[in-house]
Design a protein around this ligand. Structure first.
Ligand SMILES: Nc1ncnc2c1ncn2[C@@H]1O[C@H](COP(=O)(O)OP(=O)(O)OP(=O)(O)O)[C@@H](O)[C@H]1O
Length: 272
């Protein structure tokens, strides 16, 4: 269903994503791991067309994603809804209105101006919130909710678009372990019950192992691992993170520095 061929992004002389190639042939939950700066966010942003690719192809059931323009591009962005580390909600707006924002792409300008939502959409928004266990917060301002609850509101907003895929960029990086677990369980359920593909950038290996069917490991822009969680041994993880023998399973990509990346950065700084 999704084919990614040689997807590349260069920012000036630096290559953020280097010829990423992978295929998703059935709905699954995929975790993307790698050290900070490995290219995980750029990869997701290119798939969603938030960032233009420099080279490569993305095909989704016959659609040549990177060539879509205008309405077709917006339709694609609805089909692969994105959620972010910082939730990106409107803090002072109530929860249900934030969720209804997920339908903005298909509403008229007048309806948007006057905040008019069809009754059926309001019911659907409440049903989705209920499914995520936060319906009782529907009338509250988004800013009054905990981080985990806000991320579930963001997931609800994404579900309003009825997406085929959910792309989650570090969805639990700002959350405490309890909230992180609730959000990962929600994403897993959405995959299992709805058959939607979820691709999530994750900081911790144990999260990728626990919730994902498949793990893609990135290092310096390249995909260096693509397999099932069982194949993700400590030595493989060490390779992905470019870490030494002291590599700890509990460590996260924010804690592990990639010595090669750091050397490259120092060289770049010296040139400037
Ligand atoms: N808009 C941009 N302009 C220039 N360089 C960028 C831009 N966005 C990303 N980069 C660079 O591309 C590389 C990959 O960044 P990216 O954010 O995709 O990595 P990441 O694996 O998601 O990192 P993190 O886990 O820290 O979010 C980094 O070296 C980053 O500095």
């Amino acid at each position: 269903m999704l084919e990614v061929h040689d997807l590349t992004k260069r920012f000036g002389a630096a290559t953020a994503v280097d010829a990423a190639t992978f295929t998703v042939d059935r709905p699954m939950m995929i975790g993307v791991i790698g050290a900070s700066g490995a290219g995980k966010s750029t990869l997701l942003r290119m798939l969603n067309r938030l960032t233009d690719a420099t080279e490569g192809r993305v095909l989704f059931e016959g659609r040549d994603v990177l060539r879509l323009t205008g309405r077709e591009r917006r339709d694609w962005q609805s089909d692969c809804a994105m959620i972010f580390q910082q939730f990106n909600l409107v803090p002072r707006m109530d929860v249900v209105s934030n969720v209804l924002h997920g339908t903005l792409g298909r509403r008229s300008t007048v309806a948007t101006m006057f905040n008019l939502y069809p009754r059926a959409d309001i019911h659907r928004a409440i049903d989705i919130l209920d499914r995520l266990g936060i319906a009782e917060h529907a009338p509250k301002r988004a800013e009054a909710l905990s981080g985990g609850q806000q991320q579930r509101v963001a997931i609800a907003r994404a579900l309003m678009q009825d997406p085929r895929m959910i792309l989650a960029d570090e969805p639990i990086a700002s959350l405490d372990p309890m909230n992180a677990q609730t959000v990962m369980e929600a994403l897993r359920r959405i995959h299992e019950e709805d058959g939607r593909t979820v691709i999530a950038n994750l900081h911790t290996l144990d999260t990728a192992r626990r919730y994902c069917d498949r793990v893609i490991g990135m290092r310096l822009g390249r995909i260096v691992f693509d397999g099932v969680p069982e194949q993700l041994t400590t030595s493989v993880a060490r390779e992905i993170y470019g870490a030494g023998a002291d590599f700890s399973e509990a460590a996260t990509s924010t804690e592990i520095r990639d010595p090669y990346a750091e050397a490259a950065m120092r060289d770049a700084a010296a040139v400037v």
